[in-house]
Write a protein that binds this ligand. Structure first.
Ligand code: MN
Length: 280
């Protein structure tokens, strides 16, 4: 995709953006909370946090190497320099290829968080009609799906496994219009972290309702749900990724907005179901 295209998005008028947001809302109303990914070559992307440059490279890779699906694990906004542009580019491609571009919700797609960590300020600086646009973005964020399951049973989420969730099918019954995330299971799907020295669950210092989960909880969960691997994001690593629990959980990060000295990676799935980590 030519760089010029990104300039076009950067110059969208306020009305064009509001129209795009509305169109994405209609598409998301048709999606389940737990989206299914059929057998295909897939790129899985971790947190972006306004890193338009890395998103550009990922989209180039997607088209150049003929991938079929592009799955994003959330945290599009806050921290980085081009949060509005990142969201608009994602929405543009979602509109163009609704079944091939899947956008999960991250814990920053919540007005209580993105009011504090940068998105609100960026919207306020970039738009005259900023209140309406900020509200419209957050209304759409509340419609984003919460998890994905691939054909070969790889479970993908932003955060982690929730303490009270036995059957992943129950994800489809979670509320779909909660702008500020309060449901305890939604909250944990988007906020929880794996931990090597925890067995079951332990309260996290990220805040109320958030847990760390350990190997016993992890193996029970993947056995109950016949899951082969879990891919998640939500934490940054110097080399872009970290593996847990005999490599059955892979944590990836795709943003350089926190530090230029970290690597950014994506996960890729081939048609046989193999997972690779690719530096971007
Ligand atoms: Mn996060």
């Amino acid at each position: 995709m030519p760089t010029r295209f990104f300039d076009v998005i950067e110059n969208y008028s306020e009305q064009e953006i509001l129209t795009l947001i509305q169109q994405i809302g209609t598409l998301l109303d048709k999606e389940n909370n737990l989206v299914y990914i059929p057998k295909s070559r897939v790129i899985i992307v971790g947190d972006l946090h306004g890193d338009l440059e890395t998103l550009h490279k990922i989209i180039q890779l997607f088209f150049r190497d003929n991938y079929h699906q592009l799955l994003f694990l959330g945290d599009y906004v806050d921290r980085g320099a081009k949060q509005v542009e990142v969201v608009n580019v994602l929405f543009y491609y979602k509109k163009l290829m609704p079944n091939r571009i899947l956008l999960l919700r991250g814990n920053h797609e919540d007005p209580v968080i993105n009011r504090q960590y940068g998105f609100y300020d960026e919207v306020r600086l970039k738009f005259s009609n900023h209140k309406q646009i900020y509200r419209a973005y957050n209304r759409i964020f509340s419609k984003l799906p919460l998890a994905a399951l691939t054909w070969n049973r790889i479970f993908c989420i932003h955060g982690g496994i929730p303490k009270e969730l036995e059957d992943i099918a129950a994800i489809n019954n979670l509320p779909t219009d909660e702008e500020h995330i309060e449901h305890p299971i939604t909250k944990q799907l988007l906020w929880n972290d794996p931990h090597k020295r925890v067995k079951e669950f332990k309260w996290s210092n990220r805040g109320p309702g958030v847990q760390r989960f350990g190997e016993d909880a992890f193996y029970q969960f993947i056995e109950n749900n016949k899951i082969n691997y879990i891919i998640r994001s939500h934490e940054k690593w110097k080399n872009g990724y970290k593996k847990y629990f005999d490599d059955k959980l892979i944590s990836i990060f795709s943003s350089r907005s926190y530090s230029k000295r970290v690597s950014t990676v994506v996960g890729t799935l081939n048609k046989k179901g193999g997972i690779n980590i690719l530096e971007i």
